[in-house]
Ligand binder design. Structure first.
Ligand code: NAP
Length: 318
């Protein structure tokens, strides 16, 4: 059931207690006012990430940020600049921007330091830009962690997910041969992008050996589910394995790397936005949900089989 907010100027998603998607509510507030050095962004789209539901679940294992309640929700956003505080230079009203603002993004408006904004290049829809912050930074950082290049044969664990599909395409652009695990329904998509699809599950080791008889040179895991253990069993050196999703596996296998999105910023987001805008890579949109359907969007994310990105819109020209 969509949430039905009461009348007021600006909506935002909040939670007053920790738990599953049922804790998310829509609240109304006055449009926030940017202070000195800040800009007001009218949000168009807000990507859904697994980290969001790990944080609103309140599990201390997942929340290094010790969030207090009540809290706003979300991280990724795109939109247009609506107003400035004093002392903001170099930006104009109406400019299309995207980025990340943890616990604030799922709202009609947000206030942010413009140093945290990235311009949306011409040709890139706000819907896609709004889903880019976490997965874009993570994909670039993961590929860079192994300096993937020509001659590499890389396995991507979870190649149809938000992080995985970008990671795989960046490896291809660097001249690597790319294998990726995904459910059978995503294999045609992977093939079209130039990724050799493999089915996750019991027979994966044999599938990898058959598809890459010379062996793998690197594994970039974006999903967990035993990908790191498999890589070790196949003889991939630990320092040529990077996971953004399985920190237990790193404890079990010293030397396995864990380079994620924190290692990348505006420069990497600009790079990946430009590649998307020029059509050199793709970020499929799994589904689009109005802000009022935020709980449904997270149920879909928690189910764990999104193809590309789940996005929330405010219906403001995305
Ligand atoms: N450390 C960091 O900086 C960082 C940053 C971003 C994300 N992450 C983490 O990375 C993970 C992935 O994030 P995401 O945004 O890419 O998630 P996502 O978009 O929800 O993608 C998840 C993908 O996992 C695949 N999958 C599900 N079960 C699987 C299995 N048993 N074996 C292999 N693949 C399976 C699904 O593909 P199929 O439907 O084809 O099965 C789906 O496409 C999450 O745990 C997230 O928290 C970490």
């Amino acid at each position: 059931m969509p949430l039905a907010p009461t009348d007021a100027a600006s909506r935002r998603v909040v939670f007053h207690r920790f738990g599953g998607p049922e804790v998310l509510e829509i609240e109304r507030r006055a449009v926030p006012t940017p202070g000195p050095g800040q800009v007001l962004v009218r949000v168009a789209a807000a990507g859904v990430n697994p980290v969001d539901w790990k944080l609103f679940s309140g599990d201390p294992m997942n929340d290094p940020y010790e969030r207090s309640l009540p809290s706003g929700n979300g991280y990724d956003f795109s939109g247009t600049i609506d107003a400035f505080g004093d002392d903001v230079i170099g930006w104009r009203v109406g400019e299309r921007v995207f980025g990340g603002l943890r616990y604030e993004a799922q709202a009609d408006h947000l206030v942010i330091d413009p140093d945290q904004l990235v311009r949306v290049p011409d040709g890139l829809p706000l819907l896609v830009a709004g889903a880019l912050n976490v997965v874009g930074r993570t994909a670039v950082a993961s590929v860079e962690s192994q300096r993937i290049g020509e001659g590499d044969v890389v396995l991507i664990g979870g190649a149809a997910g938000g992080v995985g599909i970008l990671t795989a395409q960046l490896c291809l652009r660097r001249g690597a041969r790319v294998l990726g695990t995904a459910s059978a329904r995503n294999h045609a998509l992977l093939r079209r992008l130039g990724i050799h699809p493999l089915t996750h599950g019991g027979g994966l080791a044999d599938e990898v050996r058959a598809a890459a008889p010379g062996g793998l040179t690197a594994v970039l895991d974006t999903v967990g589910h035993g990908t790191v253990d498999l890589a070790m069993a196949l003889g991939v050196p630990p320092d040529r394995i990077n996971t953004v999703a399985d920190y237990d596996a790193r404890r079990r296998h010293p030397g396995v790397r864990g380079v994620g999105g924190a290692k990348a910023g505006a420069r990497e987001l600009t790079l990946i936005a430009d590649l998307l805008a020029e059509g050199s890579i793709e970020l499929p949109i799994d589904s689009v949900h109005p802000l009022e359907d935020v709980r449904e969007a997270y149920r879909r994310s928690i189910a764990g089989h999104a193809t590309g990105k789940i996005v929330i819109t405010t219906d403001r020209g995305s």
